[in-house]
Design a protein around this ligand. Sequence first.
Ligand code: NDP
Ligand code: DGY
Length: 329
Amino acid sequence: MKAAQQLMKVFVTRRIPPEGQKLLSQAENCTVQQWDSDDPVPRAELLKGVAGAHGLLCLLSDKIDQEVLDTAGPNLKVISTLSVGFDHLAINEIKTRGIKVGYTPDVLTEATAELSVALLLATCRRLPEAIQEVKSGGWKSWSPMWMCGYGLSNSTVGIIGLGRIGLAIAQRLKPFGVKKFLYTGRQPRPESATEVNAEYVSCEKLTEDSDFVIVSCSLIPETEGMCNKDFFQRMKKTSVFINISRGSAVNQEDLYQALVSGQIAAAGLDVTTPEPLPTTHPLLGLKNCVILPHIGSATYSTRNTMSVLAVNNLLRGLAGQEMPSELKL
Ligand code: NDP
Ligand code: DGY
């Protein structure tokens, strides 16, 4: 008689979008335990849930560090994150333990690039401020210099990290009449650069020459705190700063000073430190700072697709099959 197959244990740290949830409910060969809430799993529950698990499906708000890995123990074979960013995972430790990691690149590129363009336009043309003026009665008459901002036509746009999302942003901005694209990174990316006729420059030159600086790189030790006092001091007084990467790429105190002192014209942030940003945070008191609650990939269809990919990464990884999107460690 065939021996009964041992079920693998999976822990899922949140309710996930319906299409991924449906796939998860059909999973064979594993018992799924889930933090059944739209709120983040408390640390104690994460540790309890992960103990002895073979697979973990987590979100970017879950810090998967040595303590979590130790608590999971040697059973843990697969971590699948519902994100393309992986800065919340202790990658070196995960690699040492031979754990496979699945993530969700490509499927969110278009939605995130679209949101980045929306944020850039909202920031440079001062949309939240203008809407507020209409509501508060600040709109007295059409006035030649009132509510003026900066336009993309004939501008120079600098992209920090011409990866999947950086390139998709440039492609979407090109039809606005951008004169020149600059980009920086660890090395030139000629194939992507050719598509938008972008020039590879140092970070110093990019900040000095750009009218718009867009941060779309991944958060790694080299990019942590990269946008600091020196960085903002090099930027033009009329320039606009956009960050869709991770909050920690920016020194927020230095950004605040740059915005208050007029060192730069405005900033648009989809990501902050911490998240959520406390409602009393000084950046929220500035008219020239537009802050969104990390909604880059937030379309119904993208989030559903991400969830299906994350579940497939998890289940295929657990089955010892190739994951649709494995992060090469
Ligand atoms: P990619 O891996 O395709 O791109 C990452 C880019 O970062 C590469 O171009 C890389 O360039 C660049 N980079 C790495 N190190 C440096 C450095 N030292 N200086 C400048 N650039 C650097 O990833 P994606 O485009 O798919 O995603 C990028 C990031 O966007 C994610 O890691 C995530 O943090 C963030 N994100 C945010 C979202 C949101 O909702 N706001 C949604 C999705 C992603 P090179 O290799 O040439 O150095
Ligand atoms: C990611 O995937 O890294 C984003 O920040 C959220 O979609």
